[in-house]
Design a protein around this ligand. Structure first.
Ligand SMILES: [Zn+2]
Length: 289
């Protein structure tokens, strides 16, 4: 299932009369796609702009209005076909999410959080301050609110584009990608800031969608597995590991473990065993260990 966001150029019915509705959803009936980016809703035909192809069976169609008054058509499709994994690269990897480094890969490579994200978060902060300073109910405040919403949407769009590109890169490089199930509350506690800014969940949604399209596999391992504290070389588990420790020497096998890379390697190993892909790993010399 995937949500497609289609910007609409023409105002659909409903909103004209009842302004308070933010969205409405049509299920099996009430609309028909006519081709050439046209859809009939009720008795009228509307032209729309398509952000992506609509593939699969359309389940519902929702018309949404953003706080700025722009209209989107959201199409939920049911993609019933379960594709087989295509082993095009013969490679598998584990990934660890982080604050500064967005993703650390078990092969030792990493993906930094792009600079534009950090800068744009400052922009939001400024716009938000401007908004709260304005008098409630004033037209200045309304203008500041629209400005803030627009900044939010700009950032979400830039970030989403980056996520799509990254998801394509990763699925080109690997056949099987392993992640820990997100524990957002735990991450928030550990990192002490709004990690929602990083939108890991949104990235994973996009990655899963692209992986499915390309016949690649995304595996999630239990968030309670001590991926950071376990030595990826010998399996020794530390009693505790402070967040500030970026590198540690295993008391058992003496190997030096970089915090994030070690976690990514463990996520990889657990993912491989839960997926029963040990054979693939052995059979394919090109695989990353
Ligand atoms: Zn060890």
């Amino acid at each position: 299932m995937f949500f497609k966001h289609n910007k609409k150029g023409v105002r659909p019915p409903g909103f004209k009369k009842v302004k308070k509705y933010k969205s409405f959803t049509l299920k099996q009936a009430g609309y028909k796609f006519l081709g050439s980016n046209r859809v009939r809703i009720g008795n009228r035909v509307y032209q729309f702009w398509k952000s992506r192809e609509i593939e699969g069976t359309v389940k519902t169609l929702t018309i949404k209005r953003t706080p700025l008054g722009e209209l989107f058509m959201v199409v939920v499709v049911d993609d019933a076909v379960e594709p087989e994994i295509k082993f095009t690269t013969g490679r598998m990897a584990g990934f660890d999410f982080g604050l500064k480094t967005f993703l650390t890969c078990s092969d030792g490579s990493s993906i930094e959080s792009p600079q534009f994200l950090k800068q744009s978060l400052n922009t939001i902060k400024k716009a938000s301050k401007q908004h709260s300073k304005k008098l409630k109910g004033s037209s200045n405040r309304e203008r500041a609110r629209k400005n803030l919403v627009r900044k939010y949407e700009d950032i979400s769009n830039i970030r989403r584009d980056w996520f799509w590109k990254l998801a394509h890169d990763l699925t080109n490089r690997f056949d099987v990608l392993c992640f820990e199930t997100l524990n957002l509350k735990g991450m928030q506690r550990l990192w002490g800031r709004k990690i929602s800014d990083l939108a890991f969940g949104e990235f994973l949604q996009i990655l899963e969608w692209i992986a499915k399209k390309k016949g690649k596999q995304v595996i999630f391992i239990d968030q309670w597995y001590p991926s950071s504290k376990t030595c990826s070389n010998c399996g020794h588990v530390l009693e505790k590991l402070d967040l500030s420790v970026r590198e540690w020497r295993c008391p058992s096998c003496q190997s030096v473990n970089g915090r994030d890379e070690n976690a990514a390697k463990n996520i990889y190993a657990v993912g491989a065993s839960t997926a029963g892909l040990d054979d693939v790993r052995r059979a394919t010399p090109a695989i990353v260990v």
